[in-house]
Write a protein that binds this ligand. Structure first.
Ligand code: ACO
Length: 315
């Protein structure tokens, strides 16, 4: 038995922030941001809108997409929990009306969604539960230094979620392979040392390309796939130049790489499910597509997963 994607949903808050708006208060320009990252705009949560609010919005859409009103497990990937203690997943489960379900947070920064997917898929494969909600949600705007142009232009807020159910390896939606890794010696590259998030962009870029490529190769071999058979690469939406480099090194044509960071920026743990939901809504991701997911994030952490896209309507 394995885990099968049965539904997907995503949300972004309504407050749109364009590059031009950032350039009015920071020493930056639309030209710099677009040419160095590919990002044109992002959405920011208004005061009072927390990570759990966005997570609930995405989860409701995913449950509607799957046609279910109950699940047996909630795993939430986030770096911006509502509070340092307790975890945010039980709050999300409670807001969804899920009673007595196991619910926990996963902290792996931008790789969080793949780590959370791995954790839930394991619980399903072992028969501990029949269904699970896997959510990636972040409000990075709450930890960004408004005066730091190197991070303020990159991140946006959002949430994405999938419903998983127990199923067979040959079903559409089946998750077929995983590879995860970490290197704590790189912990200082992406960190919140005090009040604000800090990132050493250049080495992060280099490590991201290397680790996303290696992890993808490992998971492709494990799944018995080749780069040529991949229909869509859904990479962590950090920088379009990273996505281009990874697809080039893997030998996956660039037009098979899903890109939505131009519209939403880097939404951290929400990035991959948000990109999958957007691509499914746009008709760019269709049933039967062989999909490769890969991410790199703080920790450092990285990972990749493969799945066949199911016949679902994204919410
Ligand atoms: N506007 C204008 N100029 C800027 C800006 C800005 N917003 N930000 C930096 N600059 C300047 C720098 O000060 C530097 O100026 P200098 O040459 O005079 O010193 C110049 O632009 C080049 O800066 P770099 O940092 O070398 O720019 P780079 O091309 O590396 O792009 C970026 C920076 C976009 C952050 C890139 O390094 C990157 O995408 N890194 C990877 C991020 C990533 O993958 N994150 C994933 C994990 S994130 C997570 O886990 C939460």
């Amino acid at each position: 038995m394995t885990a099968v994607v049965a539904g997907i949903g995503a949300v972004v808050p309504d407050r749109l922030v364009t590059n031009e708006m950032l350039a009015q208060r920071l020493d930056t320009s639309d030209e710099w941001i677009v040419s160095r990252t590919g990002i044109r705009q992002r959405y920011v949560a208004p005061p009072g809108c927390s990570t759990s609010d966005l997570a609930v919005g995405a989860a409701e859409r995913a449950m509607q997409s799957a046609g279910v009103d109950d699940v047996g497990l909630v795993v939430l990937a986030t770096t911006t929990p509502d509070r340092p203690c307790p975890g945010t997943a039980p709050v999300v489960a409670s807001k969804l009306g899920l009673v007595d379900v196991p619910a926990y947070d996963v902290s792996a920064v931008c790789t969080g969604f793949i780590y959370a997917l791995f954790s839930a898929a394991g619980a399903l494969a072992l028969g501990h539960t029949e269904s699970a909600l896997v959510i990636g949600a972040d409000t990075f705007s709450t930890i960004l230094d408004p005066a730091d142009r190197t991070t303020s232009v990159i991140f946006g807020d959002g949430a994405g979620a999938v419903v998983l159910r127990r199923g067979h390896e040959d079903e559409p939606g089946a998750l077929s392979g995983f590879h995860l890794g970490s290197d704590g010696a790189l912990a200082d590259l992406i960190t919140v040392p005090d009040k604000y998030f800090r990132m050493d962009g250049k080495p992060v870029f280099m490590h991201a390309v290397r680790r996303m490529t290696e992890s993808s190769r490992t998971v492709l071999a494990q799944s018995g796939w080749t780069a040529q058979t991949v229909d869509r690469l859904v990479g962590h939406q950090a920088n379009v130049r990273i996505l281009q480099a990874v697809s080039e090194q893997l030998g996956i044509p660039e037009d098979r790489a899903v890109v939505n960071l131009d519209r939403v920026g880097n939404t951290a743990a929400a990035s991959i499910p948000l990109a999958m939901a957007d691509a499914a809504k746009d008709g760019d991701l269709v049933a039967g597509h062989k999909v490769l997911l890969t991410a790199f994030g703080g920790g450092a952490t990285w990972g990749a997963a493969t799945l066949t896209w199911p016949d679902v309507i994204a919410g």
